[in-house]
Design a protein around this ligand. Structure first.
Ligand code: PXP
Length: 253
């Protein structure tokens, strides 16, 4: 069995901006949330600049880059506009995600296998700007092999199907989806890729994912911002990190 590596928590603060934008003013400020999250022990800040700017806006990205010490992970679609913005902001990392204007959230992984010739040059441009690139993919062999062939050093495994299974409390589906994530992580690690995961992770479903030894980063947003309403953002981040670390060290078993 592979040795367990440290597991980082990247906190996605998009939905702080969703609440701010509901009123159009400056409150609550995603930068203030990022500072709080950092002081609570998060290892990185993630923000998704969507084409329709429904939550994070361009200025947020610039303020986050200038205002926080933690690595900033800029999630975006593979478009010329986003490439230009990302190379201007120069975040630590960029995660390329598929984007569909009408979706509520990122519904599936990037079709790297089907769009290899489009994505590979995009990856190269970001890497030439010294930005670490990850590709958000479903836990499927063809997508992981295609991701590797683009030259991207990192993949993030989409855990949305696992989330759906846990939300439906369907134990057969949960086991099947977990197995897909485990196999995908093992394959990617074996190919020399750094492996992250995220989407739909909560206090209740994070531990089996966090226990997968090849994973080195989880990106979690909606649940933490939602839970902040009840227990506060800093406490929610601390509890998520505790659960992740316990899973990593085997304390959950
Ligand atoms: N990782 C990626 C690539 C995402 O697109 C998202 C959602 O924006 C997340 C992680 C976080 O998902 P959630 O908000 O469901 O925790």
């Amino acid at each position: 069995m592979a040795a367990k590596k440290p597991l980082r928590l990247g906190v996605n603060i998009d939905h702080v901006a969703t609440i701010r934008n509901a009123r159009g003013g400056p409150h609550p400020d995603p930068l203030r949330a990022a500072e709080l999250v950092a002081s609570a022990g998060a290892d990185g800040i993630t923000a998704h600049l969507r084409e329709d700017r429904r939550h994070i806006i361009d200025e947020d990205m610039r303020r986050l880059k200038d205002g926080i010490d933690l690595p900033l992970n800029f999630e975006m679609a593979a478009t010329a506009e986003m490439l230009q913005l990302c190379t201007q902001v120069k975040p630590h990392a960029c995660c390329i995600v598929p984007e569909n204007r009408n979706e509520q959230t990122t519904e599936g992984g990037l079709d790297v296998a089907g769009q290899h010739n489009f994505i590979a040059p995009f990856v190269r441009e970001l890497m030439d700007a010294n930005i670490r690139v990850s590709l958000f993919v479903d836990p499927e062999q063809s997508q992981i092999e295609a991701a590797k062939s683009t030259g991207a050093p990192v993949i993030e495994i989409h855990t949305g199907a696992y989330y759906e299974a846990t939300a439906a409390t369907d134990s057969k589906r949960i086991s099947a989806e977990l197995e897909k994530i485990r196999s995908a992580a093992e394959l990617a690690d074996g190919l020399g890729l750094e492996v992250h995961a995220g989407h739909g992770l909560t206090f209740l479903n994070v531990q089996p994912v966090a226990a997968i030894p090849q994973l080195v980063e989880l990106n979690i947003g909606h649940f933490l911002v939602g839970e902040a309403v009840f227990m506060g953002l800093a406490e929610a981040v601390k509890e998520m990190k505790r659960l992740m670390q316990d899973a990593r060290t085997g304390a959950m078993y």
